[in-house]
Design a protein around this ligand. Structure first.
Ligand code: GLN
Length: 247
C-alpha cells in the first residue's frame, strides 16, 4: 500500500515552515517501511480529496486566507466525502480557522469557512503570540503534553459540545479566555500551533499516521522510533516556558 498525503495550498498557506509537518509525516511513515506519496494541491487543481489518507494545510495571513477561501468552498462536498471515508485532516492556524463557519478579520471582512466543524473566529487588535503548552484531550493521548508556537489575531470559539485538541497550560490557544486550543472532531484536527508542530510532538504525528492507516488495515502497527531529539525539543519548550508564559 501507499500512504497518500495531500498538501493543500502550499504556495499560499505556509508560515513558520508549516510544510515541515508534511516532511515529518512522510519520513516517519517511510522509516516504518511505508511507501509515501505527497501531492501539492492548490487553487483550481482537480483532485478527489478522498483518495488521500491525510490532508494537510498550513497557516496564512488574512490576505492569503481570502484568496484560498473560494477554492476551498468549491471543494466542500469533496471534504465531506473524504471525512466520511476516514481521511485525516490536519490544519494549522489560518487553515484551521477556515474549517469553521467563518473568520471575521480585524478589518471587518467576513471570510466564509467550510463549516465542517462548528466554530467561528473573530479578529482582535492584540495578536496572540508566543510559545504554547497544552494537555492533549484526544483519546489515546489524553494526559500527554503538546507544544508549539502561536501568532494570530483571530479568536476562535468552539460550538457547544465541540472538543478542543488540547487544554492550555501556557499561552493563549483558541482565544486566550477559555484555555482551549485547537479542535478535534473525528479525524479532523485544527490547531494554532506552528513549530512545525509535528517535529516537536512525535507522539501526535504517530497518532495521525495510525489514524490514517485505519483506511488500509484494521489494526495499524507503527514500530517505535528513537525520538530522543524530538522529545528534547518538546521538553525544552516545557522547561523554558512553563514558568514564564501564563494563560
Ligand atoms: N491570519 C490569521 C490570524 O491572524 C492566521 C494567522 C496564521 O496563520 N499564523 O488570525
Amino acid at each position: 500500500m501507499k500512504l497518500k498525503i495531500a498538501h493543500l495550498y502550499p504556495d499560499l498557506l505556509e508560515v513558520y515552515s508549516d510544510r515541515g509537518n508534511v516532511t515529518v509525516l512522510k519520513r516517519r511513515a517511510e522509516w516504518r517501511g511505508f511507501d509515501v506519496e505527497v501531492k501539492a494541491i492548490s487553487i483550481g487543481d482537480t483532485a478527489d480529496l478522498s483518495e488521500y489518507d491525510i490532508l494537510f494545510s498550513g497557516g496564512g495571513e488574512d490576505r492569503e486566507q481570502s484568496i484560498v477561501a473560494d477554492d476551498l468552498l468549491r471543494r466542500r462536498s469533496a471534504f465531506e466525502k473524504a471525512i466520511a471515508e476516514g481521511t485525516v485532516i490536519l490544519t494549522i492556524c489560518g487553515s484551521y480557522q477556515l474549517l469553521g463557519r467563518y473568520f471575521e478579520t480585524i478589518g471587518g471582512k467576513r471570510i466564509e469557512g467550510l463549516g465542517l466543524v462548528d466554530f467561528f473566529t473573530v479578529g482582535g487588535t492584540k495578536r496572540l503570540v508566543g510559545n504554547t503548552i497544552g494537555n492533549l484531550q484526544i483519546e489515546g493521548l489524553a494526559g500527554n503534553t503538546i507544544v508549539g508556537y502561536e501568532n494570530h489575531s483571530g479568536r476562535t470559539y468552539l460550538g457547544e459540545g465541540v472538543k478542543p485538541l488540547a487544554v492550555m497550560t501556557n499561552g493563549f490557544g483558541n482565544n486566550g479566555e477559555d484555555r482551549f486550543e485547537g479542535v478535534a472532531q473525528g479525524t479532523v484536527f485544527g490547531t494554532y500551533m506552528h513549530g512545525p508542530l509535528l517535529s516537536k510532538n512525535p507522539h501526535f504525528a504517530d497518532f495521525l499516521l495510525r489514524l490514517a492507516l485505519y483506511r488500509h488495515t484494521e489494526d495499524p502497527v507503527l514500530i517505535p522510533l528513537d525520538d530522543t531529539w524530538e522529545m528534547r525539543a518538546h521538553q525544552q519548550i516545557i522547561e523554558k516556558y512553563s514558568q514564564t508564559v501564563r494563560v
